[in-house]
Design a protein around this ligand. Structure first.
Ligand SMILES: Nc1ncnc2c1ncn2[C@@H]1O[C@H](COP(=O)(O)OP(=O)(O)OP(=O)(O)O)[C@@H](O)[C@H]1O
Ligand SMILES: [Mg+2]
Length: 255
């Protein structure tokens, strides 16, 4: 199974299934208070579709993406990637296998860019390609093309993004997330700090990713963006356990 992770062809298009997922946070600072953020959550996501998570602030949308990305542990339940030649259960994936999975299969656009001092914006963007052993010139060119499409002024490309505005940092983050053309993309409010022009660019990038068969799980607060990118909507509510209602909701197709 593990060899399949590292050997997964880069263009593999897995189907994602989440079954009976639970997540509980234990707040040590508050006398061991436990909060259940997720109860029995289930969903499926096929290649080439974008499923949008909706629900009030604090309901657990980002937590779900972080569990899919291996940042948060799975307490109970299963997250599985089904490839043509086998499946991976992320719950039992050993730590060493996560690097290859994130490099080749699961891309993640977090809401905020993790700024590394002294690393220029263009290098931040091309890094996922270099990690796969891509040619440096080609990687740089692709990074510059994406930064240009996202209207990041050329004078910023060689600067570390630490001093960039929120929207500029977000565009660097988006370019870094999309450059790898991962088959599964997790998008946490990628358009939150963007103006209308750049929101349109991101919507186009999402459309292109869909067209090449990428599966996307996204969070978009902007109704307009949501309606333009979502194939299906998964509303999370406080029950979060109503497997039946979640399943029913996922059948809703936006026109
Ligand atoms: N590492 C953590 N430790 C303790 N509690 C956490 C942790 N991460 C998230 N939470 C809590 O879990 C709940 C869900 O948080 P999450 O960030 O997933 O919400 P969200 O739906 O993404 O909200 P928003 O729309 O505001 O981004 C919140 O109550 C949050 O405080
Ligand atoms: Mg969030």
């Amino acid at each position: 199974m593990l060899s399949e992770t590292s050997a997964s062809p880069k263009r593999a298009r897995p189907r994602l299934t989440v079954d009976g997922l639970h997540k509980r946070f234990l707040l040590h600072g508050q006398g061991g208070l436990e909060i259940d953020v997720m109860r029995d959550l289930s969903l499926t996501l096929d290649a080439g579709e974008c499923l949008v998570l909706a629900g009030r602030s604090g309901i657990g949308k980002s937590t779900l993406l972080k569990m899919l990305h291996g940042d948060y542990r799975i307490d109970r339940g299963h997250i599985r990637l089904h490839f043509e030649d086998g499946e991976l259960d992320l719950e039992t994936l050993p730590a060493y296998a996560w690097h290859g999975l994130r490099r080749d299969v699961i891309g993640y656009v977090s809401q905020f860019l993790r700024v590394v001092p002294r690393v220029a914006a263009v290098d931040v963007v091309m890094e996922p390609l270099l990690a796969r052993g891509a040619d440096e010139n080609e990687a740089r060119q692709r990074a510059e093309t994406l930064l240009a499409r996202l209207n990041l002024p050329e004078r910023l490309w060689q600067l570390p993004p630490g001093t960039f505005s929120g929207g500029e940092q977000q565009r660097v983050n988006i370019a870094r997330g999309f450059i790898g053309e991962h088959p599964l993309l997790l998008l946490d409010e990628p358009t939150a700090s963007l103006d209308a022009t750049n929101r349109d660019v991101v919507i186009t990038l999402i459309g292109e990713a869909k067209a090449r068969g990428a599966a996307m799980l996204g969070i978009f607060h902007d109704e307009d963006v949501r309606e333009r990118v979502a194939d299906r909507l998964l509303p999370l509510d406080d029950s979060l356990g109503a497997r039946a209602s979640v399943t029913q909701n996922t059948q809703e197709t936006l026109s």
